[in-house]
Design a binder for this molecule. Structure first.
Ligand code: GDP
Ligand code: MG
Length: 439
């Protein structure tokens, strides 16, 4: 699959201390082939490769990353950009109900996804109404009703003799009357795009003025999914795409090309037949998943944004040799401020989840200023050897920093906990290092 192939290319780059232009060229040739074989639109591939090459060759050099890592970083960023960059959330109407119209070819997963969306919204304390506007497919209404019963979500229907436009219209009116804040309209698909279907969908759209027109497409159909998205968008106008069956044996091409070709964001992905198998789509997470680097990449990014490499190395050494002082602690707190919670940072490191002190270690951002004041009120001697801080010194420090003795006690306790945690962490890190090389 795509992921495996890209991961192999990245793996080869990863360890490299030096990357020549020829290395980049070779890697990009392989990335290009992998993308084409995964059924990514060829124009999209071309633009993508050019952008990566341009950036990978003439880019800013970051101290904290090896050249191999930098190329990976660029590939990752460009993949993310290709899929839309930011997460594209479901629209919410100022005047409820928010109306969501589901469209797509037969068998793409509209009815299933309507149910999944209803569940997703209910979990967020909304009260969706499902509307059965597919009057053509045998048992389509029944299928939605069964889902509704399972999910405890009402289903509006007028049977299969009525006009879908009227069903949609009355469904929305019913939702208003019964205080549903979301309406999900399940429409009929065809095996292929045809004018009759499009006309019907347009008529529904005109009538109910949906906030979202979501196209449901089957990821397994690859390039076809992208073509379907393009025609629906041209003929009907879409606000977003739901990519289903991503759990199956897909080549991944659809996920990568939809946004670039149609300019419609992917909003959700379907990961299975069950009603809980729907996930909001995050371009950055998808890119990392494809490159197989998960959170390690996020860690590199955060680290590189906020910490200078020397400082990180210094900290690592201090953790290893256990010469971490209150000065360092203060330094850490200041960096935490820039990077986000320390617990999040550490949780991303492989194995850190097993450290039990981590669970109790919370940095309350509001307290950082107080901690700073306390540490600044200590003498150099006290900062280096906190064990000498006795009762009278505690009183003096509290007074000097405008805090209380309890505050000082709490800080010293936190510092001790952190030292313990680091001791554990450093032994875990040593074990991890033995196991694998690379990042
Ligand atoms: P519709 O004709 O567009 O309404 O499609 P349906 O909702 O009836 O779904 C067609 C088939 O695809 C059903 O068998 C669903 O269980 C299946 N399906 C839908 N979404 C997914 C998904 O994300 N993963 C998998 N594996 N199957 C799905
Ligand atoms: Mg259906």
């Amino acid at each position: 699959g795509l992921a495996e192939r890209l991961q192999a290319v990245m793996q080869r780059l990863r360890g490299k201390g030096k990357v020549t232009e020829a290395d980049v060229k070779e890697a990009m040739r392989e990335v290009r082939l992998a993308l084409l074989e995964a059924d990514v639109n060829f124009k999209v591939v071309k633009t993508f490769i050019n952008r990566v090459k341009e950036r990978a060759v003439g880019q800013e050099v970051l101290k904290s990353l090896t050249p191999g890592q930098q190329v990976i970083k660029v590939v990752n960023e460009e993949l993310t950009e290709l899929m839309g960059g930011e997460q594209s959330k479901l629209v919410k109407s100022n005047r409820p109900p928010t109306v969501i119209m589901m469209v797509g070819l037969q068998g793409a997963g509209k009815t299933t996804t309507s149910g999944k969306l209803a569940r997703y919204l209910s979990k967020q304390n909304h009260h969706p109404l499902l509307v059965a506007a597919d009057v053509y497919r045998p048992a389509a209404i029944r299928q939605l009703q069964v889902l509704g019963e399972q999910l405890d979500t009402p289903v509006f229907s007028l049977g299969e003799k009525e006009d879908p436009v009227k069903i949609a219209e009355q469904g929305v009116a019913y939702a208003k009357e019964h205080h549903h804040d979301y309406v999900i309209i399940d429409t009929a698909g065809r095996l292929h795009i045809d004018e009759t279907m499009m006309e019907e969908l347009k008529a529904i759209r005109e009538k109910v003025q949906p906030d979202e027109v979501l196209l449901v497409v089957d990821a397994m159909t690859g390039q076809d999914a992208v073509n379907v998205a393009e025609s629906f968008n041209k003929k009907l106008g879409l606000t977003g795409v739901v990519l289903t069956k991503l759990d199956g044996d897909t080549r991944g091409g659809a996920a990568l090309s939809v946004k670039a070709v149609t300019n419609c964001p992917i909003k959700f992905v379907g990961m299975g037949e069950k009603t809980d198998a729907l996930e909001p789509f995050f371009p950055d997470r998808m890119a990392s998943r494809i490159l197989g680097m998960g959170d390690v990449l996020t860690l590199i990014e955060k680290a590189q944004a906020a910490v200078d490499a020397e400082k990180a190395r210094d900290l690592e050494r201090k953790m290893r040799t256990q010469t971490f002082t209150l000065e360092d602690f203060l330094d850490q707190l200041q960096q935490v401020r820039k990077m986000g919670p320390l617990e999040d940072m550490l949780a991303m490191l492989p194995g850190a989840g097993q450290i039990k002190q981590l669970k109790n270690f919370k940095v309350d951002e509001k307290q950082i200023a107080r901690v700073e004041a306390i540490i600044r009120s200590m003498t150099k001697e006290e900062k280096l050897h906190p064990e000498i801080i006795n009762a009278s010194r505690r009183k003096r420090i509290a007074k000097g920093s405008g805090t209380t003795v309890q505050d000082v006690n709490r800080l010293l306790k936190q510092f001790e906990d952190m030292k313990k945690m680091m001791k554990q962490f450093s032994s875990m890190a040593k074990m991890a290092k033995k196991k694998k090389r690379g990042f």
